[in-house]
Design a protein around this ligand. Structure first.
Ligand SMILES: NC(=O)c1ccc[n+]([C@@H]2O[C@H](COP(=O)([O-])OP(=O)(O)OC[C@H]3O[C@@H](n4cnc5c(N)ncnc54)[C@H](O)[C@@H]3O)[C@@H](O)[C@H]2O)c1
Length: 277
């Protein structure tokens, strides 16, 4: 499978290196695209293959020979990038793995993508990301009473969230664990676009975005990204606690999210053994 990657930051770079070093069977990296040249320059020396072509514009990427032979495009850039490029990628009949899952909180965008994918018979892959247990939540769809995600991060990992532009709360004044946000996954994705992709994945898998409750806690004493999930229903109860280290280049992104992207691509590239429902 030929792979092109959009976004060469914390996730895109590790994914590119994993493919390049043969850790994803049946995957071949053909192109990388990033709007920032510096991101490409940081990645290129870390790749052994001389055959990976880099692009700094989406138009150049889609017009290239490398794109023609691409089977799967991975987006690891931003919600805005996912929204900007996704429809074209699917219209060019490429499978699409997106990390900026928050983009799918826009209902009309989501249905458009599904329709294009149906017409073109393409796959859209949504990785589990920085949480665990999506298999169980998906299995219980229709049998769940409630799903709540409580995300705890260091205030430094919440910097730049649009939520704080309109909220009087100042992150730098937080000295102890503080609940800064309560809402649903749809709203959280807009107010914390770089932090709460997992809430959208959880919502899509389970009770829907509007019914998935989200709480965000800023804790100056925590140095991991913590996600607690509580799901209830007639089946019983699921309690999940994930505490993942942050990637060295982006404290908003959990190391687990990188490994989840790698595993999702491994499955997409036709792993013969599928473990988990
Ligand atoms: N699904 C999950 O669980 C999960 C977990 C962590 C991060 N994410 C999301 O994955 C995405 C990537 O995360 P990251 O930590 O690698 O980010 P990053 O900031 O480390 O890297 C993003 C890269 O994409 C590039 N980029 C941004 N917008 C672009 C555009 N419009 N066109 C081309 N390039 C663009 C940037 O220049 C940068 O090099 C983010 O949207 C993040 O919110 C998802």
């Amino acid at each position: 499978m030929n792979i092109s990657i959009i976004g060469c930051g914390a996730i895109g770079s590790e994914l590119a290196i994993s493919i390049d070093s043969g850790r994803i069977e049946n995957a071949n990296l053909v192109a990388v695209f990033d709007a920032e040249q510096i991101s490409i320059e940081r990645l290129k020396p870390r790749l052994h293959s001389q055959n990976v072509i880099s692009f700094s514009s989406f138009t150049d990427l889609v017009c290239s020979q490398e794109f023609k032979i691409t089977d799967i495009v991975v987006e690891a850039a931003s919600q805005a990038a996912a929204k900007q490029y996704a429809k074209s990628i699917l219209k060019y009949k490429k499978d699409f793995l997106l990390m900026s899952v928050g983009a799918l909180s826009d209902d009309s965008f989501f249905s458009e993508l599904i329709n294009i994918a149906l017409i073109n018979k393409n796959h859209i892959y949504v990785p589990t990301g920085a949480i665990a247990g999506l298999d169980a939540i998906r299995s219980l769809k229709g049998y769940l009473d409630s799903v709540t995600l409580t995300t705890t991060k260091n205030p430094k990992a919440l910097i730049d969230a649009p939520f704080f532009a309109t909220n009087p709360l100042k992150l730098e004044t937080i000295k102890k664990s503080t609940l800064v946000y309560q809402g649903d996954a749809q709203d959280a994705a807009k107010k914390f676009p770089a932090n709460i992709n997992v809430a959208v994945a959880l919502g899509l898998a389970g009770v829907g975005l509007e019914k998935t409750r989200v709480e965000i806690v800023a804790d100056p004493h925590i140095n991991v990204n913590q996600h607690n999930i509580k799901a209830t229903g007639p089946f019983g109860e699921i309690l999940i606690n994930v505490r993942s280290a942050q990637t060295s280049s982006n404290p908003k992104t959990s190391v687990l999210a990188v490994h989840s992207a790698i595993e999702c691509l491994r499955q997409a590239c036709g792993s013969w053994l599928k473990i988990g429902s």
